[in-house]
Each structure stands twice: as C-alpha cells, then as structure tokens.
Ligand binder design. Structure first.
Ligand code: HEC
Ligand code: HEC
Ligand code: HEC
Ligand code: HEC
Ligand code: HEC
Ligand code: HEC
Ligand code: HEC
Ligand code: HEC
Ligand code: HEC
Ligand code: HEC
Length: 322
C-alpha cells in the first residue's frame, strides 16, 4: 500500500481511539446480567474485542470486501462519495480503505466475527461509533462536540449522516430540515405557524442559526449569543442606538420565537399583552392615551405611538416614538 507516514498514523489513530473507548465500555457491559438480546450484544462485543487484539487487516483492502459485499444494498455507493474517492486527501480510500471505518477484517466472513458497524442495530454505543469518525474529524468544526447536548443524548454522527450514498442528504437544506424535525417535533409544528423564516419551504435551515455539532452558546447557536446569530441577517437591529430598549439588547427571544409563532411578526405574545408583561403601572402622561395615566389601562395600540421599539437614534426618542 502506498501510504505516507502521516496518513498511516492517522488511520491507526482512528482505530486506536476506537479501541480505547471500546475497552472501557466492554468491561461495564460484561458485568451486567441481562436478557438474551443483551447477551448477544455482549457476545458480539467480546468477539470485536478479540479481533482488536489479534485481527489482521486484509492485504487487498476494498477488493477483499467487495468480493462478498458488492451485492449488499448500497455498499458500492460509497465509491461515488468523498470517502470512497481515492484522491480525497487523508480519506479512507488512500489508506486502510473500508477497514479504516469497519476495523480489521481478521477472520470476518459474516456475523460470526462481526465488523465495526453503525446505526441503531449496531452492538456498539453511540460514543464508540462516533470515536471512529472523530479520529479523522476532530477539527475546528466540531470543537464543542463533546460538551454538546446531542452527545449527552447519545445522538450518533450516523443518526444524521449517511456514508454509503453519493449525496449525504443532511448536507442539503431540505434533507437537513427533514432530519432535524424527525426528532424535533415541536420545532416542526412551529414551522407551520406564521413565520417569515421559511423553514417549511427550505429557504432557511436549522443550521442558519444552530451548529448541529454543538457550541458553547445558549441553545447551540452558531454565533456567541442569540442576538449575534440574528444580527447575521438583521444587521440594522444591532444599533448602536442612542436610546436602547433593554430587552432588545438582552435577547431577541424575549419577544420573538424564531421558529414561528401564532402571532404576527413571530411575536411570542400579542401587543399590548407583550408590553404589559414587563410594563406595569408606569407613569403615562395624562391624556395620552385615552386620558389614562396607567399603562395597564392605556389604549391597545402601543406601537401606534412607540414605533421604534428596537431602539431610537432620534434625540427625542427616549420613549421610542421617533
Ligand atoms: C468513512 C467510513 C466508512 C467507510 C470507509 C466504509 N464504510 Fe461501510 N458503513 C459505514 C457506515 C456509517 C455505515 C452505516 C450505513 C450508512 O451510513 O450508510 C456502513 C454500512 C456498511 C455495511 C452495512 C452494514 C449493516 O449493518 O448492514 C456494509 C456491509 C459496509 N458498510 C461495508 C463497507 C465496505 C465493503 C466498504 C469499503 C468498500 C465500506 N463499508 C467503507 C461507514 C464506512
Ligand atoms: C467471505 C465473504 C465476506 C468478506 C470477504 C467480507 N464480508 Fe462482511 N459480511 C459477510 C457476511 C455474510 C455478512 C453478514 C450478512 C450481511 O450483513 O451482509 C457480513 C457483514 C458485514 C457487516 C455488517 C456488520 C456485521 O458485522 O454483521 C459489515 C460492516 C461488513 N460485513 C464489512 C466488511 C468489510 C469492511 C469487509 C472487508 C474488510 C468485509 N465485510 C469482507 C461476508 C463477507
Ligand atoms: C480515515 C479518515 C476518515 C474517517 C474514519 C471518516 N472520515 Fe469523513 N471525511 C474524511 C475526509 C478526508 C473528508 C473530506 C474532507 C473533509 O470534509 O473534512 C471527509 C468528509 C466527510 C463529510 C463531508 C462529506 C461531503 O460530501 O462533503 C462528512 C459528513 C463526513 N466525512 C462524516 C463522517 C462520519 C460520520 C464518519 C464516521 C462514520 C467519518 N466521516 C469517518 C475522512 C474520514
Ligand atoms: C444533529 C445532526 C448531526 C450530527 C449528530 C452530526 N452532524 Fe455533521 N453535519 C450536520 C449538518 C446539518 C451539516 C451541514 C451543515 C453544517 O456544516 O453546519 C454537517 C456537516 C458535517 C461535515 C461537513 C462540514 C464540516 O463541518 O466539516 C462533517 C465532516 C461532519 N458533519 C461530520 C460529523 C461527525 C464526525 C459527527 C459526529 C461526531 C457529526 N457530523 C454529527 C449534522 C449533524
Ligand atoms: C436522533 C434525534 C435527533 C436528531 C436527528 C436531531 N436532534 Fe437535536 N436534540 C435531540 C435531543 C434528544 C435533544 C435534547 C432534548 C431537546 O432539547 O429537545 C436535542 C437538542 C437540540 C438542541 C438544543 C441544544 C442546546 O444546547 O440546548 C438544538 C439546538 C438541536 N437539538 C438542534 C438540532 C438540529 C439543528 C438538528 C439537525 C441538524 C438536530 N437537532 C437533529 C435529538 C436529535
Ligand atoms: C432564525 C434562527 C433559528 C432557526 C432557523 C432555528 N432555530 Fe432553533 N432556536 C433559535 C433560538 C433563538 C433558540 C433559543 C430559543 C429561546 O431561548 O426561546 C432556539 C432553540 C432551539 C432548541 C432548544 C429549545 C428549547 O426549548 O430548549 C431546539 C431543540 C431548536 N432550536 C431546534 C431547531 C430546529 C430543529 C430547527 C430547524 C427546523 C431550528 N431550531 C431552526 C433560533 C433558530
Ligand atoms: C439566515 C438569515 C436570518 C437569520 C440568522 C435570522 N433571520 Fe429573521 N428573517 C430573515 C428573513 C429573510 C426574513 C424575512 C425578511 C422579509 O420578509 O423582509 C426575516 C424576518 C424576521 C422577522 C419578521 C417577521 C415578519 O413576520 O415580518 C423577525 C421578527 C425576525 N426575522 C427575527 C429574527 C430573530 C429573532 C433572529 C435570531 C434568533 C433572526 N430573525 C435570525 C432572515 C434571518
Ligand atoms: C421588546 C420586544 C421585542 C424584542 C426584544 C425584539 N423585538 Fe423585534 N419586534 C417587536 C415588535 C413589537 C415588532 C412588530 C413591530 C411592528 O409591527 O411595527 C417587531 C418586529 C421585528 C421585525 C420585523 C419588522 C422590522 O422592524 O424589521 C424584525 C426583523 C425584528 N423584530 C427583529 C428583531 C431582532 C433581530 C431582535 C433582537 C435584536 C428583536 N427583534 C427584538 C418586538 C421586539
Ligand atoms: C421583557 C420585558 C419588556 C418587554 C416585553 C417590553 N419592555 Fe419596554 N422596557 C423594558 C425595560 C427593562 C425598559 C427600561 C426601563 C427603564 O430604564 O426604566 C423598557 C423601556 C421602555 C420604554 C422607555 C421607557 C423609559 O422610561 O425609558 C418604552 C416606551 C417601552 N419600554 C415600551 C415598550 C413597549 C411598547 C413594549 C411592547 C411592544 C415593550 N416596551 C415591551 C422591558 C420590556
Ligand atoms: C397615543 C400614543 C401612545 C400610546 C397608544 C401608548 N403610549 Fe406609551 N407613551 C406615550 C407618550 C407620549 C409617552 C411619554 C413620552 C415622554 O414622556 O416623553 C409615553 C410613555 C411610555 C412609557 C414610559 C413611561 C415613563 O416612565 O416615562 C412606557 C413604558 C410606555 N409609554 C408604554 C406604553 C405601552 C405598554 C403602551 C400600550 C399598552 C403605550 N405606551 C401606549 C404615548 C403613547
């Protein structure tokens, strides 16, 4: 095989990371007494463990595997993807090929000596499966993966990504929205409410605001804060304003639901109730409006007068009227 030293290190790195996560897990699995389905899983895990200490890589790589697997549905499609392309720098096909993801062939000719497998039917935990991918993909795009909510929830890379396919659907806007909403049913329902953020027709996708691989920001926003995320497209709301409206500076989500809402302008609550949540019996000049001095009894159309609700640069705009 024609590998550079750097590549070799990378590939064995992948398997080594896996083996480490793996060994710590098998011990725990073995000590559990459980039903026969779990017994089978444990058996397979033991076989995999053995394979990792003794298993040998095949001599002719993908050719060896394809001799039996060319008819296994979808397997050959990997050759139309970046992973199956021998010219992908540091890609699997330039090195250990199929075995850089599925592990050493060893004595595998079927389920009697299993390979590393992925997805819900795999005996391996999400963490073990992910360790294979992360050995090559532990880059800046997945910097915060390990602290992300998806990891805590045991979501696997392959819950979102498909590899034996010419086109990984989750990398298109439509495929992404469908995939995310298959688990996030509340956001799916919200997307059918009033929304200028057209997720329903895939003009916008979840990753316009979120990083699916996790960030340190609230709700895994793709910028440092919720507001910075909104400013990417709503730059005019950033200010600076001579007169700032405190809740706007604090968090756009104080008033808006970015996924869609039953109210106009994606407001969480209708005006004036929205305003009255925070503005109690503040002083309102007598005679304005309707002769009431209390905001609680003032007219309904707060926005008729307070038109610059996101902030004002007018010297007389202290109360956002100009
Ligand atoms: C970059 C990692 C990667 C490489 C390289 C790879 N696979 Fe896979 N393989 C996967 C993943 C992930 C799945 C789960 C299905 C999917 O995502 O498409 C899978 C599924 C399979 C399955 C179906 C297993 C099942 O559970 O039914 C077979 C068989 C298979 N691969 C064989 C191969 C062969 C043969 C090669 C080399 C030509 C290969 N794979 C290369 C990641 C990889
Ligand atoms: C001698 C035939 C043969 C060869 C060679 C072979 N496999 Fe398999 N493999 C099978 C059979 C049979 C199964 C079980 C039925 C199935 O899922 O297709 C299987 C299952 C698998 C699975 C599903 C997970 C599991 O362990 O059950 C993966 C992944 C896999 N093989 C990958 C590979 C890879 C990668 C290679 C090359 C290193 C390879 N196989 C070589 C026959 C073979
Ligand atoms: C041997 C190294 C290696 C392994 C293992 C590996 N990948 Fe990759 N992968 C690459 C390289 C190289 C690329 C192309 C450059 C890039 O996008 O980083 C790539 C690209 C991708 C892409 C972008 C695909 C596209 O069409 O643009 C996704 C998604 C991906 N990998 C997911 C995975 C997942 C999920 C796993 C684990 C099942 C995995 N990879 C395992 C090396 C690897
Ligand atoms: C919750 C779904 C989800 C999970 C889980 C997930 N991804 Fe992704 N991934 C996406 C989406 C959506 C994109 C495209 C949008 C983007 O890049 O933010 C993407 C893009 C990528 C890309 C190509 C662009 C880039 O960021 O380099 C790679 C490589 C990748 N993912 C690898 C992985 C690996 C490795 C894992 C597991 C550690 C993983 N992904 C887990 C949804 C997911
Ligand atoms: C396999 C199921 C699954 C898929 C697919 C999935 N998620 Fe999640 N996600 C979860 C679970 C479970 C949680 C934790 C409970 C919750 O907040 O709903 C979560 C949490 C989140 C959170 C809250 C994170 C935080 O830091 O508070 C965001 C944002 C998110 N997911 C976005 C996405 C996006 C974007 C996609 C598609 C690229 C996606 N999810 C796909 C299962 C999934
Ligand atoms: C326009 C930006 C934007 C888009 C697009 C977007 N979100 Fe969000 N999302 C947010 C904001 C802002 C929050 C924080 C909400 C809050 O604090 O009220 C959030 C929160 C979440 C949460 C955490 C909810 C909770 O109760 O903790 C999940 C899950 C989520 N989004 C999933 C998705 C999914 C799935 C998609 C795509 C269908 C999506 N989001 C598209 C802005 C967006
Ligand atoms: C990727 C770009 C993008 C991001 C990020 C974004 N928006 Fe938008 N937003 C739009 C577009 C496009 C429209 C429709 C503009 C139009 O119709 O003129 C819109 C419209 C709106 C509207 C007006 C709704 C209506 O009914 O007219 C509100 C409110 C809004 N966005 C709030 C937010 C908030 C809050 C965030 C951050 C959580 C955010 N947006 C992030 C692109 C974005
Ligand atoms: C105090 C509540 C409140 C907060 C916080 C808030 N908004 Fe609004 N927003 C409103 C109201 C009320 C309207 C409707 C104004 C109208 O119809 O004249 C609105 C309308 C909008 C519109 C559509 C009309 C326009 O002015 O362009 C966009 C876009 C928007 N908001 C974005 C944002 C962004 C981005 C943030 C965070 C920086 C934010 N809003 C914070 C109350 C708020
Ligand atoms: C999440 C709470 C919240 C919401 C909702 C809210 N405000 Fe405010 N508003 C504040 C805070 C806090 C201040 C600053 C008060 C201060 O400095 O004394 C403020 C200031 C103001 C001021 C300027 C008052 C002054 O003394 O400087 C006006 C006018 C105002 N808001 C009108 C509205 C209107 C109209 C709405 C509804 C569209 C609204 N607000 C919604 C919290 C809110
Ligand atoms: C007919 C126009 C009008 C309507 C309608 C109106 N306001 Fe006002 N509001 C004013 C004027 C004028 C002031 C005082 C401006 C000043 O003192 O410079 C004011 C002042 C305020 C202040 C600041 C009070 C202070 O401490 O100085 C708040 C808060 C406020 N309005 C909220 C509301 C809310 C909430 C509504 C809707 C329930 C509302 N307003 C409806 C005209 C109006």
């Amino acid at each position: 095989m024609n590998m550079t030293i750097k590549k070799t290190r990378l590939f064995y790195g992948a398997i080594l990371t896996f083996a480490l996560v793996f060994t710590s897990y098998v011990g725990a699995a073995q000590s559990e007494t459980a039903n026969s389905k779990d017994d089978l899983k444990t058996q397979q895990l033991e076989l995999l463990q053995q394979k990792f200490t003794e298993g040998k890589y095949s001599k002719s790589g993908a050719d060896t595997c394809m001799a039996c697997h060319k008819k296994t549905a979808g397997v050959a499609d990997i050759f139309s993807s970046v992973h199956g392309n021998p010219n992908t720098v540091n890609g699997p096909m330039a090195g250990l090929q199929c075995e850089s993801c599925h592990g050493p062939k060893g004595k595998h000719i079927g389920k009697n000596e299993p390979m590393i497998s992925f997805g819900k039917k795999s005996p391996l935990t999400a963490e073990m499966q992910n360790s294979v991918c992360l050995a090559c993909h532990n880059d800046s795009a997945r910097l915060d993966w390990h602290s992300s909510v998806h990891v805590t929830e045991d979501v696997a890379c392959v819950d979102c990504h498909q590899l034996h396919t010419p086109k990984d659907k989750v990398l298109t806007k439509q495929g992404e929205n469908e995939k995310c909403m298959s688990c996030h049913t509340k956001e799916k329902a919200d997307s059918h409410k009033r929304s200028a953020h057209d997720i329903k027709n895939n003009d916008m996708s979840c990753s316009d605001c979120h990083n699916p691989h996790g960030t340190m920001a609230e709700a895994s926003m793709n910028q440092d804060t919720i507001n910075d995320t909104c400013y990417q497209c709503h730059a005019e709301k950033r200010g600076p304003f001579l007169w700032e409206h405190a809740p706007v500076i604090e968090n756009c989500a104080n008033c808006h639901d970015a996924h869609g809402a039953v109210n106009e302008r994606m407001l969480k609550t209708r005006v004036p109730m929205l305003c009255k949540q925070c503005h109690g019996n503040d002083y309102h000049p007598s005679g304005i409006p309707s002769g009431n001095t209390s905001i609680q009894t003032a007219g309904q159309g707060c926005l008729n007068c307070h038109t610059q609700i996101h902030g004002s640069n007018n010297p007389a705009g202290r109360t956002f009227q100009y």
